[in-house]
Design a binder for this molecule. Structure first.
Ligand SMILES: *Cc1c(COP(=O)(O)O)cnc(C)c1O
Length: 955
């Protein structure tokens, strides 16, 4: 009788592990053989120092199938209650236009792209972000807008920092915050000010007259709903040489006079209610706009318009060389990953609705608010605010009775002592408003009657009169067909993981599996307010606790804080925990942060934001931390040593043998070790930062743990800490963070950062399970070492570790080629586009190099295709060197080639050589939509708004 497969084996045939991994089992064997290895274990033995290897398997669950995982997650989601939210405070229900939901938010063509550092294959999202900037400018009435910040509260902190840098009231250290600014914003700004050593006064607007300040933060409309005339306040501030920062609700600006017209210097706010679900607090984009004079001080990225080599208009990230994270310890902000995907959605929401649609929505919200106000007045209740856009605050006659009715009707209100607040949003219908009035007054209502007697709620001098969204982009896509085609047209210009590998070192562009992505838009996750009552968020908390427990196990730390919503923000949060810890043991003088010269630019930027002094330590010729130099500096500075920030495996992609010793040196000199966890993909299941000797790390969930990069965000940067640091992680002033006892200041607007995307990392861990997690690391190492071996015959590999192995990435040196032939790393990057690839990380951590990280998700076929392209390009370089090709007019210097080139072919080499250099490109070609973009021109002629339509003309 033939042997029957067991039920277990049957199940395994559709397991997730093999779907997540690129190479098949037989390919893994073949690749191992090429490396002269017997097994994946053998590879780990050779590549990873023994002293850091874990001695037992991860104690996380066995891998589970996609279907099982989704079913279980659904059961958790069902424990959340989707109530009608009137809480407001910066988070509003919204209707994501379904054409945007499906074609952007749920579309890997958009969500798997990288930050648009290679503009020739990113014109789609560059245009989308430019729309976002234009929308920010129009609504705020300002001159220059950036490409999105992490949330409204951190944008407020950035505004304060800009105010401090820009105010002519130089000696002053005091920043004023109106007490009616959202409390989570006050919390985050206070945290930031404390570590910069600035003072904060939270008070009544009337107090401002008598205060000497460098800037002030106002909320428009304030938390009660009141619309203040900002003009006299701002004039008063300007008379003191102070900077006026205004947090403005983006929807209200459709109807209200813009803060820019009233003289504001910085205007910012959340763009969440433009089509991005509340998602328990994020991810959402914040917009940030300012005056042209402050353009060098603006935090984060800005998209600008430039030209390509044909003179055609092309967009790019403006002032890239002054990107904050390249300015290292001189940085004024540490923004790296931001919220590009969500900024795109908000911009598309404005495109979809246009001025007319937005005006309609804003009017409806305002009329409904006025109807509710009339009902409250009829019921004899007193309104706290006498003007409003969408928010009312009233003194309740019987809070308990209202609360009881609200709970029965599953309606969430904002409670504040004897006051109750309601904020209306676009998702509310007439039936909702009737139900709300019933809850608030106990009476039924006649909406038309109430509407008829309602008076204007916006003071006439604060009504918007200036035009907005006049650019054709906001007026051309009226039908869904046109909108769909616009979205698809932009998507088609962009290279994403849906096209090919994006081998960016340090960025870990791995599979973002569909099953991981599906849950984020489930209503039970998407439509939850971050300050919803605890009992409505049970499912979220269970999911978060499971994820925290798994991350504790994976990292070897004792505690995880979910709050930071980017890696850099995790660095900041981790350093603050270290500072607070030192304060608690009477060592608050410790303020020196050692950082190796090879560190990612966010490290020194975060250290400086945490009020620490950065001292750079050397690296040796192998790219490792120079232990002698480190030891000398640590002991010389030991009285004031606070921390070392070290990346492991190193930014050079090798496992340093001395890492344990490095940790000991720091501890012996009284410091703490901050291990940058961005390279955790080389550690999961194999080693643990907490066991190596580190005290705190951030994890980039958007790298190692499968959250997609979104074209430049969202991200999540939770931190793992040892128990002595646990009391010092961020708390939250509005909603207590579970298991966080002490009340430390917040670093993000929402208690759990960007809750909506946590199911992605949760599912990633559950579906891979203990075996799959370790195997992913092993295959990531295998892919990197396979690539390294194949490329080593053609390019010098800069650094290797023990047994000539690299970790999960490798650096190839292009400097000798440049010295000999003039072909630069940029030429290589652009030429790779002709071959259908996104370039690896360029010039980080070493100028003139490529850092290549294939990840475990790329197949052997794709690796071979990349290797072939790199070898071909090497041969092309030979033709330049030998003089067969002209030194300037050659396929490398002219790359990337476009369809426009073919229409006007004038090159000394063939079209075939230019655009079909490989079989793969003949089988399916990805066309860069513009020729090489001119960076210098763009910075000299800074244009950061949508250009006129005529100028879009392409030849
Ligand atoms: C990506 C990265 C960071 C910053 O993370 P963000 O989420 O972009 O803020 C820090 N360090 C290293 C080594 C990184 O690769």
């Amino acid at each position: 009788m033939a042997e029957q497969t067991s039920l277990n084996d049957l199940q395994q045939h559709d397991d997730f592990i093999r779907r997540h991994l690129g190479p098949r089992e037989d390919e893994i064997q073949a690749m191992l053989q090429e490396l002269g290895l017997d097994s994946l274990d053998d590879l780990i033995e050779q590549a990873v120092p023994h002293k850091i290897q874990v001695d037992k398997p991860l104690a996380v669950d066995e891998s589970r199938s996609e279907a099982e995982t989704l079913a279980y997650l659904k059961s958790l989601a069902n424990k959340n209650t989707v109530a009608k939210s009137y809480i407001g405070m910066g988070y509003y229900d919204t209707v994501t236009p379904t054409v945007i939901l499906r074609n952007v938010l749920e579309n890997p063509g958009w969500y798997t792209a990288y930050t648009p550092y290679q503009p020739e294959i990113a014109q789609g999202r560059l245009e989308a972000i430019l729309n976002f900037q234009q929308m920010s400018l129009d609504l705020s009435g300002m001159e220059l807008a950036s490409a999105s910040l992490l949330d409204e509260a951190t944008a407020a902190a950035e505004a304060m920092a800009l105010a401090k840098r820009s105010s002519k009231n130089k000696k002053c250290n005091l920043f004023f915050i109106d007490k009616n600014v959202f409390p989570q914003t006050i919390d985050v700004v206070k945290t930031r000010a404390e570590h910069y050593g600035w003072d904060i006064h939270v008070g009544d607007l009337a107090e401002l007259d008598s205060l000497d300040v460098f800037g002030a933060l106002l909320q428009y409309t304030d938390i009660t709903g009141q619309i203040h005339d900002l003009q006299p306040i701002i004039e008063n501030l300007h008379a003191k040489k102070a900077i006026a920062c205004v947090a403005a609700d983006i929807m209200s600006l459709v109807m209200l006079k813009s803060p820019g017209e009233m003289g504001a210097d910085v205007v910012f706010g959340s763009a969440q209610r433009f089509g991005v679900p509340m998602g328990f607090g994020g991810p959402h984009a914040a917009y940030f706009a300012t005056r042209d004079t402050f353009k060098r001080s603006i935090p984060g990225r800005i998209i600008g318009v430039s030209v390509d080599t044909r003179g055609n208009q092309a967009m790019r990230m403006a002032m890239q060389t002054r990107e904050q994270h390249i300015r290292r310890e001189k940085a004024t902000s540490n923004i790296c990953t931001a919220q590009v995907l969500l900024a795109n959605i908000a911009g598309f929401y404005a495109v979809y609705h246009g001025k007319k649609g937005l005006t309609n929505i804003a009017n409806r919200i305002n009329r409904y608010a006025s109807v509710v106000a009339e009902a409250l007045k009829d019921a004899g209740m007193t309104l706290v605010n006498n003007s409003w856009f969408d928010t009312l605050t009233f003194i309740a006659d019987d809070v308990d009775a209202i609360k009881l009715r609200a709970e029965q009707a599953q309606i969430n209100l904002r409670y504040d002592g004897n006051k109750i607040g309601v904020s209306i949003d676009e998702a509310k219908t007439q039936a909702d408003i009737e139900a709300l009035i019933q809850v608030l007054t106990g009476e039924t209502s006649n909406l038309n009657y109430l509407d008829g007697k309602a008076e204007g709620s916006i003071p006439s001098h604060l009504v918007r009169t200036s035009d907005f969204l006049t650019h054709p982009t906001f007026n051309d896509y009226y039908s869904e067909t046109d909108m769909l085609r616009y979205l698809k047209r932009l998507e088609n210009k962009d290279f994403s993981l849906a096209h090919g590998m994006i081998p960016l070192g340090s960025c870990t562009m791995k599979l973002n599996a569909t099953s991981e992505m599906i849950p984020i838009t489930w209503p039970e996750f998407a439509h939850i307010h971050p300050f919803a009552p605890e009992e409505q968020t049970t499912g979220y908390l269970e999911m978060i606790k499971e994820l925290e427990a798994d991350l504790v196990e994976i990292t070897g730390y004792d505690f995880v804080s979910m709050q930071p919503n980017s890696g850099a923000q995790g660095e900041y949060a981790g350093l603050l925990a270290i500072k607070k810890y030192y304060e608690s043991i009477g060592q608050s003088h410790r303020n020196i942060c050692l950082i190796p010269s090879s560190a990612h630019g966010t490290n020194p930027a975060s250290a400086q934001m945490a009020g620490m002094k950065v001292v750079v330590t050397k690296c040796d010729e192998n790219g490792n931390v120079d232990v002698a130099d480190l030891e000398a500096k640590a002991s010389e500075l030991k009285d004031n040593l606070a921390a070392l920030m070290v990346t492991y495996p190193s930014t050079h992609g090798v496992y340093e043998e001395e890492i344990k010793q490095i940790c000991e040196i720091i501890h012996d000199n009284g410091g703490q070790v901050y291990m940058d966890g961005a390279n955790m993909n080389a550690q999961v299941g194999i080693s643990k930062p907490g066991e190596i000797g580190s005290d705190v790390s951030h994890l980039n969930l958007h790298k190692t743990f499968a959250i997609p990069h979104g074209g430049g965000g969202p991200g999540m940067g939770p931190i793992g800490v040892k128990s002595h640091l646990a009391p010092f992680v961020s708390g939250h002033s509005v909603r207590k963070v579970h298991s966080v006892e002490a009340e430390q200041g917040a670093v993000s607007a929402a208690p759990y950062g960007s809750g909506m995307i946590l199911p992605i990392s949760w599912a990633y861990i559950k579906m891979l399970g203990r075996q799959g997690l370790r195997k992913s690391t092993e295959v990531a190492l295998l892919n990197a070492n396979y690539l390294k071996n194949k490329l080593a015959a053609h390019y010098p590999v800069l650094y290797t570790g023990r047994n000539d192995k690299v970790a999960h990435e490798c650096i190839i040196d292009l400097r000798p080629i440049k010295a000999e032939t003039g072909i630069s790393e940029v030429d290589f990057a652009k030429r790779l586009m002709d071959y259908g690839f996104h370039a690896p990380t360029m010039s980080f951590p070493v100028a003139g190099t490529f850092m290549i990280e294939p990840t475990e998700s790329e197949s052997k076929y794709e690796l071979d295709r990349f290797i072939e392209a790199m070898i071909n390009i090497r041969q092309e370089v030979e033709k330049v060197r030998s003089g067969e090709w002209d030194a300037e007019n050659n396929p490398l210097k002219n790359a990337p080639h476009t369809q426009a080139d073919i229409r006007h072919w004038d090159k000394p080499y063939s079209i075939q050589d230019a655009v079909y250099p490989s079989q793969a490109t003949m089988d399916g070609k990805f066309w860069p939509s513009v020729n090489r973009v001119d960076d210098v021109y763009g910075d000299r002629n800074l244009i950061c708004s949508c250009p006129s339509i005529d100028s879009y003309h392409q030849d």
